[in-house]
Design a protein around this ligand. Structure first.
Ligand SMILES: Cc1cc2nc3c(=O)[nH]c(=O)nc-3n(C[C@H](O)[C@H](O)[C@H](O)COP(=O)(O)OP(=O)(O)OC[C@H]3O[C@@H](n4cnc5c(N)ncnc54)[C@H](O)[C@@H]3O)c2cc1C
Length: 491
């Protein structure tokens, strides 16, 4: 089979999937103004990997002879992991880190779960075998899989089974062919434009909530799967020049509703086992791998934002001012810390059977650090930009009119560039920092891997507390403990 390219990806999207947007049903995501620019960006990723000059950087040969993206590779050494990271970085660079749920995210998560096959087989050998077969199926076709593993936000004080009836996805029936599921999940990023959806449960379940302990994967056009798309920021742009990011990288997010969906047994990986539902994330390398991919992507995005910050300062003639130099340096430091964390995760990884897994505690440290860092980072660059991101012509159309363009040229002034250059930088800045697309990205980086208390729990679970407290205890032991006779005995 040839390396999957953009044309093959686009052809597969014309499958009759059910997407609702603005009161209408979307007929074709590849052509719809709400999605087509972003779909084209995903197609470009596949074209990039299929280009002969990128073959070795981006792909490897699977045991079955297919040539697919390196994100499906199961690394056995730090060098393998770094080779894999280079491919993730190269794809991220094509979208400057703005596509969070590109196909390499789930390929990485599913690779982690594959590495944990033996752990999952201890829970249920047949379900683990079903996943092993699915993994080979999805890998060899280089499928774009996304996931929903979170329950719809409703009443946080209640567990899954105590929410409004049928709100949360659960198994309603089973027979010789498989299971039937109903209910909803949030928040299917890229689900509108992916091939398949992996469905799981990552939130704690109580004993007796086995119906919610599920994991399976299905094609997006499966009867009964309904995607309730959020507003399209791509559709809201005036021109791509005015919104260079929204128009190309609006990966969308959707509430995914399952209405009596039949899932055959060969697609069911966890069923009815509360412990297995949790183990698939934290008892295998899955969760560490998926979030390691996210940190690689985020490091690329931060590098882009540092570059943008510098251009903003140059356009404003402030780049040489000592305070601004300090601000730029501070941004570069923070972006470098994230790059260093990624390299650290690889070097300080551990063996898991034959596989090499990034360091969990460095991953969760990066995860916690970056969910706090991102809004601060964006705010710092907004501070650099001042009113320039608002002092802008309404759209490219103004510049196309010679009379208005003359006025724009007279009022958009910079020592570093001409009027069009200034407007271009500031339009890009607004799309990255202040547009609705940008605001969604702040929410994404703060929440895609769980609320802060979830990351804190993962940090506490994986940190070497015994080693740290042993240091404190050793320091306490430097001086012998005073040994006064007990007061009562002395009296
Ligand atoms: C843009 C975006 C894209 C996403 N994409 C996906 C996706 O593709 N797939 C997917 O499965 N999920 C996705 N998610 C969902 C994401 O996993 C959840 O948003 C995240 O896990 C947080 O859950 P929540 O939204 O219910 O927020 P909550 O858990 O309700 O958190 C909101 C606030 O309440 C606080 N809080 C809530 N409960 C507690 C508690 N018990 N103790 C202390 N504080 C608490 C939190 O700390 C936080 O400050 C996405 C989210 C966003 C924003």
């Amino acid at each position: 089979m040839p390396i999957r390219n953009g044309a093959a990806y686009l052809a597969a999207l014309k499958d009759g999937r059910r997407i609702h947007l603005d009161g209408r049903r979307v007929a074709d995501v590849t052509a719809d103004p709400a999605y087509r620019g972003t779909v084209a960006s995903f197609a470009r990723l596949y074209d990039f990997q299929a280009a002969p000059e990128n073959r070795d950087l981006m792909t490897f040969e699977t045991p079955t002879g297919a040539r697919v993206n390196r994100a499906w590779h199961l690394p056995q050494s730090p060098d393998d992991l770094v080779r894999r990271r280079r491919a993730i970085e190269a794809w991220s660079a094509l979208n400057f880190g703005w596509l969070g749920r590109s196909p390499d995210h789930l390929a990485t998560a599913l690779s982690g779960l594959m590495m944990g096959h033996d752990v999952m087989a201890q829970h249920d050998a047949r379900r683990a075998a079903a996943f092993r077969n699915y993994f080979a199926y999805a890998r060899d076709r280089d499928l774009f899989v996304t996931y929903v593993i979170q329950n719809p936000q409703a009443d946080k004080s209640k567990s899954a089974s105590s929410q409004a009836r049928d709100l949360v996805l659960h198994a309603v029936d089973e027979d010789a062919d498989g299971i039937t599921v109903s209910g909803a999940k949030m928040l299917g990023t890229s689900s509108v434009m992916a091939d398949e959806i992996f469905v799981g449960n990552i939130q704690p379940l109580k004993a007796g909530e086995g119906a919610y302990a599920l994991s399976f994967a299905m094609p997006m056009a499966t009867p009964g799967i309904v995607l309730l798309s959020r507003r399209s920021y791509e559709a809201g742009v005036t021109t791509a020049w005015d919104y260079p990011l929204s128009s190309r990288f609006d990966e969308n997010d959707a509430v995914v509703v399952f209405d009596q969906v039949k899932v055959p047994w060969e697609r069911v990986f966890v069923h009815g086992d509360v412990d297995a539902a949790r183990t698939q994330w934290h008892g295998t390398p899955t969760h560490v791998y998926q979030n390691y991919q996210s940190q690689i992507r985020l490091a690329v995005k931060l590098r882009f934002l540092v570059g943008l910050a510098r251009r903003i300062a140059e356009v404003n003639g402030s780049a040489g001012m000592p305070q601004i130099e300090g601000t730029l340096a501070r941004l570069a430091v923070e972006a470098s810390i994230v790059e260093g964390m990624v390299a650290g995760m690889e070097a300080a990884g551990r063996r898991f059977g034959p596989y090499w897994v990034p360091s969990a505690h460095l991953l969760y440290a990066a995860q916690t650090y970056t969910q706090e860092l991102y809004p601060r980072f964006v705010n710092t660059i907004r501070d650099l930009a001042g009113g320039g991101v608002i002092m802008l012509p309404s759209s490219l159309r103004d510049l196309e009119d010679p009379e208005i363009r003359a006025l724009v040229e007279a009022t958009q002034v910079s020592s570093a560039t001409d009027a069009v250059g200034r407007v271009g930088v500031m339009k890009l800045a607004w799309d990255a920092l202040g547009s609705e697309f940008a605001s969604r990205h702040v929410q994404y980086e703060m929440f895609y891997a769980g609320a802060p208390y979830v990351n804190h729990a993962n940090m506490n679970r994986t940190y070497d507390w015994a080693g740290a407290t042993a240091f404190a205890d050793a320091a306490l032991a430097l001086s012998p403990r005073p040994d006064w006779p007990a007061r009562a005995a002395a009296e």
